[in-house]
Design a protein around this ligand. Structure first.
Ligand code: Z15
Length: 805
């Protein structure tokens, strides 16, 4: 299509006029963005086809990563970089008077996810392609991604997200590959040749139409596929109320459920889950059937990974296909299914564990329910053999109990691998939350500590740091991120550290400009940028952070001689629309921000900024500018965290609890290069088990705590009466379930230490450099290699001579 700048310009101009029907001069930014995007997608299409052909002819095992969320963000710049044409395109455009950054602004984030889990899926797709691994994504093409957040008078307001308004240049609709997904109706049992067969009749079907998005690897010809399913009315269905049917059908892929880690139990959500699973499994089997004739070997050629329990119906759906369509017997179907499926658990929070009431499940999915029931009965029989008389144990482990289907139990029983997402998380699964399953199937449990793609979170988002690193150690770290370790040679090189300082400074200037533009607040770029960005949740303890800021405010006000290194506290967080408490915390952050930023006595030393609508593209501006990374969850609650890794990779130092992957970050960088505080997971779990925590005592005995907690309700925030009573109650009346007050003193101490350490610029820069150099371990390339080796048993296809069939 183009192989140099001149050709690029020619093709670009020609296509711009052809597709937009406008002259170059008349064309808008959007015209130009869309022309470029379409051009790049077509540019990859021959490699896309070749990759699929190669996978087929090599008869290579392929993995399908099923996820209800893929939080991709923008794709233009990411694809240009991975294709290695970023430079040519940027220069070519520039000669036409077009700024590539301006075009990128036009692109909407693909926000088909809430937070960590969805972003992890996106990072995994990138690493799979970059490692030349045959791995594809299957998800839902939500018409509306995660809501847009506006802050009005300090309150969160949600607006529907509209990423498809101007079309999506990266997708290809493949209507001919559509699949009919049945709901409702009933199951007919027939006897055929002395065997019972089952038929799902009177079903209402929905057409699943695939939209394929190419997943381009870095510096390789591999192009994998992300297949997103869209729900449309079936052309085959006769319905008595056609408008109602159309509405209800389209609702299935209309919007993403905006609750992070909270099970809502809504029927539409179950429809979404089965819609994703049935369309994906059947398109996988269809492709397999074209290539192979022995269904018995499925698990040798296909791996299906379920990202949390949301796609767990893949297990009974695959069973259904094998039993009802392929006519296998139960035992054989079960063997194939369990050998094909693997499962990642992302949380131990009880409120996030999915359970579906039978009264919702059975009528919607009658045949699937029958199969789940059979799986449960066989499983309980097996338990009975192994643990005769242990009714309690069996009741607790059953897949169906108390009129509910327990999705995590189904996932463990129906897969050959169960993994946690950080060492401590996997240990908690094994020793506590899923201990009885671990006793039964110790061989299934394993850990895969999360990772992030350094290509997006360093190469793309932080070009200045990338350049500096390349000047220092060359560019082979881009394909082998562990080689970032070589940066340690510069620890005592003042010139290099100076440049590192400059890079951070420039990134802070950019973020400061964004802050000014969005909030009108002037921030001091020489102050410490102390940042907490993540979904809002009680266990993540944004409350601890903001109460600490109130403490600093009080400290400055009461003692005119008190000084601290100036700090800018930056927050970004969306609250689930129905999560009332989380919304109160957002309001509190904004109220504190008003108070602090308008007080001439304190604003020289502290500033508070809440950046609205935190999302992937904003995150890419935030991480490069951070000095301090807030990872302050109640120990044992954050399964892994991945923001912690993004901060580290961009040279921020972590203030954190011994939770999730913070522990592994600490092990990588050593105690001197991280700021750890607070209770350990053991201590937290011990409190939960044995009691003994009285939050009131911490309130009563620590004046610093008493003052800030009282300020929540004593009129300190003039504007609103009773606004924060709920927060105060959670801390005192409800005995502070997340140990905010318990960890408060130790948080104050560690934050004070941060301020002191920052003063020694040289020391700080050394610590920062060390964090960057040790961050290669947290590349998702490492994580994906471990999944490929230990769980999926897949190999890079390009790297081996192709076998003839
Ligand atoms: C989600 O984003 C996570 C867990 C969940 O159970 C759901 Cl429903 C959504 C997060 C974890 O909270 C976080 O600790 C982890 O890093 C991330 O998944 C990816 O594993």
């Amino acid at each position: 299509m183009f192989s140099n700048k001149t050709e690029f310009k020619e093709v670009f101009l020609q296509r711009l006029e052809m597709t937009c029907g406008k002259s170059f001069k008349e064309s808008s930014k959007r015209d130009r963005y869309q022309t470029l995007g379409n051009m790049i997608r077509e540019y990859v299409s021959s490699n896309w086809i070749k990759t699929n052909e190669k996978y087929r002819s090599a008869k290579e095992k392929q993995v399908y990563y099923l996820s209800i969320e893929f939080l991709l963000g923008k794709l233009l710049r990411h694809n240009l970089l991975n294709l290695g044409v970023d430079q040519v395109v940027q220069e070519g455009l520039s000669e036409l008077g077009i700024n590539l950054d301006d075009l990128e602004e036009v692109e909407a984030d693909a926000a088909l996810g809430n937070g960590g889990l969805g972003r992890l899926a996106a990072c995994f797709l990138d690493s799979l392609a970059c490692l030349n691994l045959p791995g594809h994504g299957c998800g839902i093409r939500y018409k509306h991604g995660l809501f847009e957040q506006k802050i009005v008078d300090g309150y969160q307001v949600e607006l529907p997200e509209q990423w498809l308004r101007n079309g999506h240049v990266w997708e290809v609709r493949k209507a001919d590959l559509s699949i009919e997904v049945p709901f409702w109706g009933k199951v007919e049992t027939l006897e055929k040749d002395g065997r019972l067969t089952f038929r799902h009749v009177d079903a209402e079907t929905i057409t699943a139409v695939p939209y394929d998005v190419p997943v381009v690897g870095y510096n390789t010809d591999t192009v994998n596929t992300l297949r997103l399913w869209s729900a449309e009315p079936s052309p085959y269905l006769v319905h008595k109320d056609i408008m109602k049917y159309k509405r209800e059908t389209e609702a299935v892929s209309d919007f993403l459920y905006p609750d992070d880690t909270h099970d809502e139990g809504k029927i539409l959500r179950l429809k979404q889950q089965y819609f994703l699973v049935s369309a994906s499994i059947r398109s996988i089997i269809r492709a397999y059937r074209k290539q192979f004739n022995r269904i018995e070997d499925l698990h040798e050629h296909v791996g299906i990974h379920i990202n949390d329990t949301h796609p767990v119906l893949a297990i009974p759906e695959l069973m259904r296909v094998l039993l009802d369509e392929e006519n296998l017997g139960w035992e054989e179907a079960w063997h194939i299914t369990t050998q094909t499926i693997s499962y990642t658990n992302h949380t131990t929070l009880a409120e996030a564990l999915e359970k579906w009431p039978i009264r919702i499940f059975q009528p919607l999915l009658p045949r699937i329910y029958m199969i789940v029931n059979e799986i449960n009965e066989r499983f309980c029989q097996q338990l009975w053999q192994k643990y005769p008389g242990e009714w309690n144990r069996i009741e607790n482990m059953a897949i169906i109990a108390h009129d509910q289907v327990k999705m995590a139990h189904l996932a463990i029983v129906g897969s050959h691998s169960v993994n946690g997402v950080a060492e401590i998380h996997t240990e908690i699964l094994k020793k506590r939350e899923m201990n009885s399953f671990y006793q039964l199937y110790p061989e299934k449990f394993n850990n895969k500590t999360n990772g992030i793609t350094h290509r997006r979170w360093l190469l793309k988002s932080n070009p200045k740091l990338t350049n500096l690193i390349c000047e220092g150690i060359g560019d082979s770290w881009i394909s082998k991120p562990d080689q970032l370790l070589e940066l340690e040679g510069y620890q005592d090189d003042p010139a290099f550290l100076d440049q590192l300082f400059m890079v951070k400074q420039e990134n802070k200037i950019k973020l400061a400009a964004r802050i000014k533009e969005q909030t009108g607040i002037n921030v001091d770029i020489t102050s410490i940028f102390d940042i907490q960005v993540k979904r809002l949740h009680a266990y993540k303890r944004q409350l601890l952070n903001i109460l600490h800021i109130m403490y600093l405010y009080n400290r400055i006000k009461e003692d005119s001689s008190f000084t601290m290194y100036p700090r800018t506290f930056i927050f970004g967080a969306k609250a689930s629309p129905g999560y009332y408490y989380a919304k109160k915390i957002i309001k509190l952050i904004n109220s504190v921000a008003d108070k602090v930023n308008n007080d001439p006595v304190v604003r020289g030393q502290i500033r508070v900024v809440f950046l609205e609508n935190y999302r992937v593209s904003l995150a890419e501006e935030i991480f490069p500018a951070a000095d301090v990374s807030e990872q302050i969850s109640t120990a044992s609650k954050e399964a892994s965290g991945t923001g912690n890794m993004k901060f580290m990779m961009n040279g921020a130092l972590t203030v954190g609890t011994l939770d999730g992957a913070n522990i592994e970050i600490k092990e990588m960088v050593g105690d001197d290069n991280i700021f750890i505080f607070g209770l350990t997971a053991e201590e937290v779990l011990d409190y939960y088990q044995n009691g003994g925590y009285r939050s009131f005592e911490y309130y009563h005995h620590d004046k610093r705590i008493r003052t800030v907690v009282d300020q929540l309700t004593n009129g300190f925030f003039e504007d609103v009466e009773d606004e924060f009573e709920m927060i105060s109650d959670s801390l005192i009346m409800e005995n502070d379930q997340y140990f905010v007050l318990r960890d408060f003193a130790s948080y104050i101490d560690v934050q004070k230490e941060v301020g002191l350490k920052y003063k020694d610029q040289n020391q700080w820069l050394k610590m920062s450099l060390l964090n960057i150099s040790r961050s290669g371990h947290f590349s998702s390339d490492r994580t994906i290699q471990q999944y490929a080796d230990d769980i999926w048993n897949i190999r890079p296809v390009n790297k081996r001579p192709l076998t003839k069939n």
